[in-house]
Write a protein that binds this ligand. Structure first.
Ligand SMILES: [Zn+2]
Length: 286
């Protein structure tokens, strides 16, 4: 086995009982756990390579991805959080260039960020004056029960060990604190990245790649299982819109899709989501 790759057991059940879900050209596979349905990359790029990828994630040539394309979604997500908490210490993990902080400027919030890309750290600090640590959450060592809100937006599935990350979040979050997690919608990903929709938009039958840094593909069910195994309970799930990068017809389709996703989500009381992104709000179990 190439030492550029490593094998891992299922994050939820700890076992190695899977079937191949997507087979790629290289050694990596997307596999599905037979016990709980978790989809994950296995084998996957070795942790050291994942760290290199994270360090170079924010670059001068992709800044729009973290600012322009995300601003509207992040504003809505911030509004949801502000409806639950009126102020306090807020930590954004994987804050990139800090766009999310725009929504919390003022005397009631004390803002903290964690980001592995030096360019992201530099921009978040200079634009918003936020205390941003360059590295990972577990390297910082924040005091216990320090944060009122911890957010990890469009980031959890890139991490080699989401369980360890969630345990550290639980330690630094106050007992009454709120955890907000944004992930790509799994149903959307499977509809969009394979089959006729993919062919119509990208001219190929599948763009679900095993040559990827996307280590986990959480669903509402597998994310809830993981959260509850760490001691969190999901209190709210909200459909969100995928990145707003494309213009013209693609943007109109994105808006229409989001409107339909919201309708379906509401009509099925959150049981069925085709949204591009999903926001989960969780609190500590008592
Ligand atoms: Zn499993």
């Amino acid at each position: 086995m190439d030492d550029q790759f490593e094998y891992v057991n299922c994050l939820i059940c700890g076992k190695d009982d899977t079937e191949v879900f997507v087979r790629g050209k290289g050694p990596a596979r997307i596999v599905k756990c037979r016990n709980d349905g978790l989809l994950y990359l296995n084998p996957r790029p070795a942790s050291i390579r994942v760290r290199d990828f994270h360090t170079e994630y924010v670059r001068n040539d992709n800044l729009d991805m973290f600012t322009l394309f995300r601003r509207e979604v992040l504003r809505r997500e911030a509004d949801t959080i502000k409806s639950m908490k009126s102020g306090g210490n807020l930590l954004d993990i994987g804050c990139a260039t800090g766009t999310f902080f725009e929504n919390f400027i003022g005397p009631t919030w004390h803002l903290y960020g964690v980001e592995t890309s030096p360019l992201g750290v530099e921009l978040a600090r200079s634009r918003y004056g936020v205390e941003v640590f360059c590295g990972t959450l577990r390297e910082v060592g924040y005091p216990s029960a320090f944060f009122d809100v911890v957010t990890i937006l469009d980031t959890l599935y890139y991490l080699p060990d989401p369980r360890a990350e969630l345990m550290e979040i639980k330690r630094v979050l106050k007992d009454e604190g709120v955890l907000a997690i944004e992930i790509p919608g799994l149903t959307y990903t499977l509809l969009r990245d394979r089959g006729p929709v993919c062919w119509a938009l990208d001219g190929k039958w599948s763009r679900m790649s095993t040559d990827s840094w996307h280590l986990y593909y959480f669903s509402q069910s597998t994310l809830s299982l993981l959260l509850s195994s760490v001691g969190f309970r999901v209190v709210k799930a909200i459909p969100e819109q995928s990145s707003l990068g494309r213009r013209g017809v693609a943007r109109t389709l994105n808006d229409l899709h989001f409107a339909l996703a919201r309708l379906l989500f509401k009509a099925t009381a959150g049981r069925f989501s085709i949204a591009g992104k999903e926001l989960y709000l969780a609190t500590k179990m008592k």
